[in-house]
Structures are given as C-alpha cells and as structure tokens.
Design a protein around this ligand. Structure first.
Ligand SMILES: Cc1ncc(COP(=O)(O)O)c(C=O)c1O
Length: 385
C-alpha cells in the first residue's frame, strides 16, 4: 500500500468515460413548470397525480398531520390515516391485510426479506424489476434466477431444492417489456411445490381488470400462499408502496421487516393523496379500461403490438440509437422513456412510452406527427435487428 496522496475517487472519471464510450451516460433533466411537453414517460397511468381531489386530499393530510410522519411505522409513523390506507388497499385488492411502506422499492425489500432468509430458496424471473433483484440479494437466501416466463424452470428449481421454505417472485406486469405473467399457472406451480408466490403489481394496479391488478383478476389475491406488492407512485399518482397478503404476513413485516422498522413511514400528504386516488379508482373502474385503450392507440401509432397494460416498449437495440430517438422526440415536444443496460439486457435498449387514461385525441395526433418526423429512419433500422 502506497502512502502517496492520491485522489481516491479518481477512478470515477475513468468509469464515466467508459460509460460514455458505451452510450450509457445518464443525466437528470428537471421538468419545468408549465412546459408544453406531451409526457409519455411518467407512470401516472390514470392521470391522477394532478387530479384536484387527489391534490386536495394531500393538502388536507399535510395540514392535519404535518409534513413528515415523524418516525418509522413501528414507532410514530402510523397515523390513523396510514391505518385507513392499509385497510382500503387490502379491501380494494381483496387481501386479508396490507401494510403501506415508504416506497414500492421498500415494500419489495420488506416482503422478500421477511419471508425468506438463510436456509430458504427464492426463484426469481430473469426480467424482474431491480427492486426484487435487490431484495433477493439482501435476503441471504439461495436465489435461482430462471429464464423469463419459464414455468418448467420454476418447477425444476422448486422440485430439486433442499430448503423447506421457498418463494417464487415475479413482476405481474413487467415494467419495461410490458408483458403480463401467467399468474394462475405460476400459482399452480408454486402451490404444487409448497412455495409462496410474491407478485409485484406496480404496473398492474389501476390498469389490469377493474384496476385491482393481475392476481385479483385471476381470483387469486386472497389465497393464503399469495403475497402482493405494489407502488403507490404509478396509477395512484402519489408516492409509497404496499405489501398485501394474509394478516400473518403483515404481522411478520411489523416484527422483522427492515424497511418497516428502520425506514420512516410514508409522508401524510402522500397517504392522503393515495387514499383519494384509490376512491376515485374504486368509483370508476372505467379508468383502467380507458388507460388500456389509450395504450392500444399509442401502440398503433408507433407500430408495435398492443400489450396488456399501459407500457408500450419500442426496442431499438443499440443504446446510442435509443438516446438519439428519445432526443429527436423531445425536440418535437414529446417526452418518452429510454431504457438501456443495466435496466434492460445488452442489445435491447428501448424507448418506453407509457399511456395515460387522460390522453386526448389531440395528444395522440401530436404523438403521431412527432413520431413520423422524428423516428422513421430509426424504426426501419430497428425492425431489422
Ligand atoms: C415493477 C416495479 N416494482 C417496484 C418499483 C418501485 O416502486 P417505487 O418507485 O414506489 O419505489 C418499480 C418502479 O419504480 C417498479 O417498476
């Protein structure tokens, strides 16, 4: 070890240069108030984040309970409003219980780590969201990553295990490719081999079926061996996450869930806003239908097959091509997401457009015009890859 004084962070510049060469630099782009941009990048699938009733409920909760929840859910971070949201979410999805966490990411960490641990097996789909991947890593369980959607591989991993306890974890509606898992088949496999099925409904809540998500649409949300998680920051237009399932599961989370015990509870304003969004969704299941119909319109405009939810992926292959396409659309006033490794596998860089229930015909016309001008050359090349 040398005693010469060196900059211990000098390697960051080299790492950044390598990412630049690979087309993998990222930068933050602050949104400006009142900009005239058509947003097809956010996850506000029902357009509720700006709904007056949702905003009013957030403001009322903020005034009543203050800006922060003041402690972890276990200490002071459970207000009666949090308890109301727990019960409302469980009632809506059809589970025995629910426990709201600070984020969807924290909900996945809590659910997966508290239900596994050393001496157990987790079988995880290769396309799962990073928060499920990180939850698997933190769990100290043995993790078997199976090819995307391969239920035979799930069965093999479960059948050949030495561990008594096992979890199968999956996105129910995959966040980048927008496809839906065959939840009923996966549940049958999990049950046959005595495993608990954990489904992340972040992109399905508010969108699939009457908005209750994939598991509820299959009639499986209330099963004793099913645990669901979700974010409250997508269709509910707020912030936060939730774990839903049997009461024994939420009790386990209160006892040992690290992101329940060591993370401050969700801010009251977000709780109030999520409650209002949930009651709007409960009152109008047509919101989910409209979101899916708008997604079908967007898919038709960009020339890809319609999917089961609101996520419309356009795979362009090369990261530089995806970034250039995103920039070209931005120049025409349309904001879309751009996914590059490690968010997607190498060679699968993509634009990700997300539809909203409140997209107007004029919005769709605007997308059509921008797409025709900005994308044709890229698309032609992409479909060849
Ligand atoms: C599938 C999935 N799960 C979990 C999360 C994390 O949710 P949150 O943003 O509320 O932390 C996200 C996205 O952010 C997601 O796409």
């Amino acid at each position: 070890v040398t005693t010469a004084r060196v900059d211990p962070l000098a390697w960051l510049a080299d790492a950044a240069r390598s990412r630049t060469a690979a087309g993998l630099r990222r930068r933050l782009r602050p949104r400006e108030l009142g900009d005239d941009v058509l947003d097809l990048a956010g996850n506000d699938y029902l357009g509720l984040s700006m709904h007056p009733a949702v905003i009013e409920a957030g403001v009322a909760a903020l005034r009543a309970w203050g800006a922060g929840s003041t402690g972890s859910r276990l200490v002071t971070g459970t207000t009666s409003l949090h308890a109301e949201l727990d019960a409302a979410l469980a009632g809506f999805v059809g589970t025995e219980a629910a426990l709201v966490c600070a984020t969807g990411y924290a909900a996945n960490l809590a659910a997966v780590t508290a239900l596994s641990g050393p001496g157990s097996l987790i079988v995880s789909d290769a396309a799962n969201h990073a928060s499920l991947v990180d939850a698997c890593r933190l769990s100290r369980a043995r993790v078997a990553v199976v090819p995307h959607g391969d239920h035979d591989a799930v069965a093999d991993a479960l059948a050949s295990r030495a561990e008594v306890r096992a979890l199968v974890v999956t996105d129910t509606l995959f966040s980048v490719d927008g496809d839906v898992c065959d939840f009923a088949a996966l549940h049958a496999v999990s049950r046959r081999y005595g495993a608990v099925l954990v489904g992340d409904e972040a992109h399905a809540l508010g969108v699939v079926g009457t908005g209750r998500g994939v598991a509820a649409t299959c009639g499986l949300a209330g099963e004793p061996d099913v645990v669901l998680t979700s974010s409250l920051s997508k269709s509910l237009g707020s912030q936060g996450g939730v774990v839903l399932g049997p009461a024994a599961v939420t009790a386990q989370l209160v006892d040992v869930g690290r992101t329940v015990i060591f993370d401050t509870g969700l801010a009251p304003a977000a709780v109030g806003a999520a409650l209002a969004a949930l009651s709007l969704l409960t009152a109008d299941p047509g919101l989910a239908t409209r979101a899916r119909a708008r997604a079908a319109d967007v898919a038709a405009i960009v020339g890809v097959p319609r999917g089961p939810g609101t996520v419309v992926p356009v795979v362009l292959g090369d990261p530089d091509r995806a970034v250039a396409a995103q920039a070209a659309l931005a120049e025409h006033g349309v904001r879309v997401g751009c996914f590059r490794p490690p968010s997607v596998p190498h060679g699968r860089s993509a634009l990700r457009l997300s539809a909203r229930a409140n997209l107007t015909d004029a919005d769709l016309d605007r997308l059509r015009e921008a797409w025709q001008v900005a994308i044709p050359a890229d698309r032609a090349a992409a479909t060849a890859t």
